[in-house]
Design a binder for this molecule. Sequence first.
Ligand code: OMP
Length: 270
Amino acid sequence: MNFKEKLERIVPKNNSLLCVGLDIDKDRMPKHLFQNSKTPYLDFNKEIIDATKDIVCAYKLNMAFYEVLGKKGIDILEKTIEYIPTDIVVIIDGKRNDIGNTARKYAQSLFETFNADAVTINPYLGKDGIVPFLEYKNKCSFILCRTSNPSAIDIQDVKISSKPLYELVAKKIREWNTFGNCGAVVGATYPAELKIIREILGDEIPMLIPGIGAQGGDVEKTIKYGTNKNKENAIINSSRGIIYADTKNDFSKASRNEAIILKNKINKYR
Ligand code: OMP
């Protein structure tokens, strides 16, 4: 099933735009897992998935949290992806890109080796770095447009012909969307920019919107400005705010509760 069909089925099935970010971090994870299990990271992810799979539309795995563990991390990434129910969207967040020849290998790695439905990529190298990802027509490539961090302004607000760079990137995303498989990453922490970018993108291009929860993004404005006219086509990510809701034995119960609260809050504004 292609990315678009998968998203269009899972959103009504789970009545959810919520994406849970599986950003595994030993410093934040329950200590008992490391005392009692030989596979603490995988056990953690499996418990979180079991506790939230009826509440989410997607899971996002940020490569940094897996790569830092070396070859063991790659194994955990693969096994976690295998464990995610096939009707839920899998996003691998690596913010990759390079010259075309290398980008082709990144695209093959993320979409074929690791079987992602969607990825995050960087637009800085321009079209020939983007095209190898877009050749995977049944997948989705979320292109960084306006990131959620405070220093996003350093480069993304620089004016090009009197318009901020993120507007130019949004226009490029529209232009590059000839196969209908581009998306945009826009941080929930910048609602005014989110509104402008949704206006440029139109209704068809999906947005991946991180920055809710630990980074303090506003849910109401995110839904108002980030969704399309049907109040859909936005995937709202929270990682730490959900998966580290508690560190006790029943941590996954706390994650489930947080996920339900956030899902309901999102739906209240749809
Ligand atoms: P929390 O702040 O813990 O919810 O995590 C946010 C996740 O989204 C992390 O994996 C970030 O790397 C990622 N992210 C952002 O926080 N801001 C962005 O602008 C883009 C991303 C992303 O591409 O997912």
